[in-house]
Every structure is written in structure tokens, then in C-alpha cells.
Design a protein around this ligand. Sequence first.
Ligand code: PBG
Length: 336
Amino acid sequence: MKPVHRAFPSTRPRRMRFDDFSRRLMRENRLTVDDLIYPVFVLEGQGQRDHCTPMPGIERLSVDELVKDAEHWVELGIPAVALFPVTPAEKKSLDAREAWNPDGLAQRAVHALKERFPQLGVITDVALDPFTTHGQDGIIDDSGYVMNDETVEALVKQALSHAAAGADIVAPSDMMDGRIGAIRAALECDSHTNTKILAYSAKYASSYYGPFRHAVGSASNLAGGNKFNYQMDPANSDEALHEVALDLQEGADMVMIKPGMPYLDIVHRVKTEFKVPTFVYQVSGEYAMHMAAVQNGWLEEEKVMMESLTAFKRAGADAILTYYAVKAAELLAGRA
Ligand code: PBG
């Protein structure tokens, strides 16, 4: 017989964790395929596909291969892709004019995807770094300083060319001041009323972008340079709210926080404060970090992938750009 006066906790949270059914019933956040956006690197040429070395499992694809692979992503129900063109060196210049070439790689990729899969959301990156010889996101003066207003004019041309090619969402990732307002006004004037803007509002000057810069070929151009005078200081958080407020005033439809996992506090603050569509980017370095541990047998890929993506939901993200999008969608569909 048990002693009558034995103390027991009046509340036992473990009781609800005992059964699978009660764990399911009280689960607060759930990742679904509707949360996922797949970032893709696009190559010139035909029948081209190669691996991005610092990003195991990720391939760069020429437009024809992209359209082939997209069939699977659409079948899985992935709502949207984000395109990142790899610009050949001979097309890079000081004024980044290839960025708004109506026949450029990004524009052709958008057109081909929308023609074949009208229901797939296509997001384009509005920034000049893949197109400049120096790898900065803008047009520089003689001292190397990225000139804001001249760069915004170029970004407007780039965004218009993406919209003309059929992009559903243009995503300025450059952090110039005033670019959202300028792009919104130009889109309206050009009858692209329903072209949406996903503003990389809180984009930090992060060291986690390294593998991406290798994949798009801007790392060597940047050659030790940095983006400290336009991307945000990782030490700041109120400043992110200020940036989000400005982009919303200027007409952003969605805001983005980038990188992801080291900045979950920012995701939470932005969603709590503004209650607008809040997206987050699990960037190349986060993916590379996970995969390095997976390849060493230190972490279990599927588990750590799902945990990291669920953490974004818990923090308040509405959608997640992630190189895991296809693997996560396969797992959610029970097809891994
Ligand atoms: C370009 C751009 C970058 C990323 C997305 N768009 C690189 C940078 O700002 O240097 C990084 C994405 C990633 O690391 O996965 N402006």
C-alpha cells in the first residue's frame, strides 16, 4: 500500500506527453507543404546540372532541367520557387545591365516555368550582385561605395523586367533605402498591379551566405569585401522593426527576415508587432552546417531538418525559404 501522505505534483505536464494521441492533440504548430519555398540556382546552357560544393544535395540547373525537375516540386504541392541565376563572368559589368536584359537567364527561367506551370508561384531576386564585376549589390562610385539612388533606378528596371517575364513576386534583397516604394510605383505604372513584393526587410550582413555566394559565383568577385554599409548589423533588433515599418509603408506585401535560425527572435518580434505575412530564409550556411554534421553522422538529417523548420513556424513565420523544401515536402507526403 502507498503511504497516504506522499506528496505528489498537482499538475503533471508529462501526463499529456504520455500518449501519441494527446501529444498530437496539443501540438501548437505544424509544418505543411504550404509553408515551403524552394530556392533554385539557374545555369546558362542546355542539359546542364552540377552540384554546389558547399551545399550537398543541391544542384544548379539549366532552364530545361529546371522545368523537368519542377514537375516533381509541383506534384508535391510546393507553392513557390525562388530563382537565383548564375551569371557567366563575361556578362558581368560595372553597371550590372545584364540584370534587366529581357532575354537574361532569370527572365527566361521565369518565362519557361510560368508557361509550363502557371499555378506555381515564381519569385525573383531583385539585387545586382550576380551581375556586377565587384560582387556588391549595387552601382559603386570611385571609392567603391554603393550609391543608393542610382542603384534603386537599376533595381526598378530589373524588377520591371522580371514582372514582364511573368514573375508573380519580386523580392528585393539588396537593402537599398527607398527601393520598395520605387519598385511599387513602377509596377503600378506598368500595369503590374498584382505583382507582389516580398521585401527582404531585415537582411543582416551575415557570414552564413558563404555557400550561396560560391553557388552563384559572386564570392570571388566580392574578394574579401563586405556589405556592412547596407546590410544590417547582427547586433541589432529594433532596427529590424524600423526597416519592416518602412517597407510596409512603401508597399511591401510580405516581409522577410534573413538568415533564419540565428534570427528567430527577429521573426517573432516582427510577426508579433506587425501581423503581416512574415517570411524567413534558412540560408545556404545554415543548410551547409546541418549537412556537414549529417555527413559526419553527428546529426540525423530528417529529424534535424523537420525540427529546424518547425522552429520557424513556432517563432511566427508564415513561409520558409529553404534548400530542404523538396526533402521536407517528400517527407510530409510520406514519399521520402
Ligand atoms: C543576393 C542574395 C544573397 C542571398 C540571397 N540573395 C547573398 C548576399 O546578400 O550576399 C543569400 C542566400 C543564402 O545564403 O542562401 N543579394
